[in-house]
Design a protein around this ligand. Structure first.
Ligand code: ZN
Length: 459
């Protein structure tokens, strides 16, 4: 990779907002220098941008679910909840071929990059053919994710999912779940294949693991997953729905988060996805454990999951990342807005996540940039020499942002703007979004559109 130089009118650095900032990126995709008070055009060929921010990673995604976005917004029975959505999702996964899955993943990654995310954590649980038979190469569908990442240039963290059973009572997998299931031996093979194939991606690619949930994985499975040799944390769905809490109380004798804290060595190597159903004691204990939470505000609202206790958790020093989960909407600004708005609606207050010296937008962006990077095993999340150049730039010449700077600019983007103010994105120094569009936008979108026309015609 060639060395690059950017010149930003302003940039959000670990020591606060800085003006006229030159950022040098080395040939390894890391930030080599940050110089405030620089002059534009000092370096020939520099890329000029408006406001430069650390680009967060999107720490929770099931890419294939993008294909069913918008298709489950009606009542299929008198009371429609998460579990009926899940039934429709299972129906849908039975139709996807490896080519479909790769095309959808590339589209999702491109949309994330265009939204301002530099990286993705793909919680990858589609492993087998529709009837449950492994592919000739068991890691076939994981390799399709890597192919998509190679095309889009996104910072990629693979989170292969261990899925063992249909529920905490030990019932077997059925229907759409058959594509997900593995024994521990099978999963070990799949994991090793992923490790080998991941070496074909750029050096910032990472491998974590994802025991799916307490519903789908038993205690042996959790320990097995945690012991695998990884370069990113263990991710698990936890405490998303009240039904899951009830199931844990019946079969495990405790609430999901409390049970995990009591029975697994939960520390900074773990990320709990959702954690929307916690008591105050669980919230405090989870924050103190050093583990992080991945919150997915748009999906959690869409599925009626509940509201994460962000204020209490962050005040207790908890690490927090964002994820887009079902990918019903891929919008970094909207995800942040939904997080703060959920707190306001519950507490009937304003500016809940602001602190004495930082606005809502500033505190949230800094929090999820740092939390997203650590959740994905990336040395990123800050505009500082040595960090990976995961960067996003906002178009400050747009009428929405003109004349604004600092926290007000950030808040206006997050709370008051449309989706198209991200002008540029770098993922580990790869400049993949320019003028608001991914550099391979047309080819990726055309392939995705073809797949979607066929899938929708089969609905
Ligand atoms: Zn999920």
């Amino acid at each position: 990779m060639a060395r690059q130089t950017l010149f930003a009118n302003e940039a959000l650095t670990p020591s606060g907002w800085a003006q006229n900032v030159r950022v040098d990126i080395d040939g390894e995709g890391r930030i080599a220098g940050v110089t405030a008070g620089a002059k534009p055009d000092d370096v020939p060929g520099e890329v000029k941008v408006g406001a430069l921010l650390p680009a967060p990673g999107n720490a929770h995604s099931h890419s294939f679910q993008r294909a069913m976005a918008g298709l489950t917004e009606y009542r299929s029975q008198a009371y429609d909840d998460f579990w009926t959505w899940r039934a429709l999702m299972y129906h849908f996964v039975e139709r996807l071929t490896p080519d479909d899955i790769e095309a959808i993943a590339a589209q999702v990654q491109m949309e994330m990059l265009e939204a301002g995310y530099a990286a993705i954590g793909e919680f990858h649980y589609l492993h087998h053919q529709p009837d449950g038979t492994p592919y000739d190469m068991p890691g076939e569908l994981g390799a399709r994710m890597f192919a998509a990442a190679a095309q889009t240039g996104i910072g990629y963290t693979h989170l292969p999912v261990l899925y063992m059973r249909g529920g905490m009572d030990g019932r077997p997998l059925s229907g759409g779940q058959r594509r997900f299931g593995n024994t521990l031996d099978q999963f070990g093979t799949l994991f090793e294949q992923a490790r080998e194939r991941l070496q074909d991606l750029p050096a910032d690619a990472r491998l974590g693991v994802a025991p799916h949930s307490l519903r789908a994985v038993d205690e042996d499975g959790l320990s097995f997953a945690a012991r695998l040799h990884r370069t990113a944390p263990v991710h698990i769905h936890a405490a998303e729905q009240t039904g899951e809490v009830d199931e844990a109380l019946t079969h495990l004798g405790g609430r999901p988060v409390a049970w995990l804290l009591d029975n697994m060595k939960i520390d900074s190597d773990w990320r709990l996805v959702h954690a929307t159903q916690m008591t105050d004691a669980e919230t405090a204990a989870l924050a103190a454990s050093g583990a992080g939470v991945v919150v997915c505000p748009i999906t959690e609202a869409n599925l009626g999951d509940g509201i994460f206790e962000a204020q209490q958790y962050l005040s207790a020093g908890g690490a927090l990342a964002l994820g887009s989960d079902s990918n019903i909407r891929i919008s970094l600004s909207e995800e942040l807005r939904a997080l703060e708005h959920s707190q306001r609606l519950r507490d009937r207050e304003r500016a809940v996540l602001a602190t004495a010296d930082k606005s809502c937008g500033r505190r949230m962006l800094e929090t999820v940039a740092e939390g997203g990077a650590s959740a994905l095993g990336r040395d990123a999340g800050r505009i500082e020499p040595g960090a990976l150049a995961d960067l996003l730039a906002l178009d400050t010449a747009s009428s929405t942002l003109a004349g604004l700077s600092g926290d007000r600019l950030l808040d206006t983007w997050i709370f008051a703007a449309g989706d198209h103010l991200v002008s540029d994105v770098w993922a580990a120094g790869r400049h993949v979004v320019k003028d608001g569009r991914h550099i391979k936008h047309d080819a990726i979108a055309a392939r995705f559109n073809k797949v979607m026309l066929r899938l929708r015609s089969e609905l």
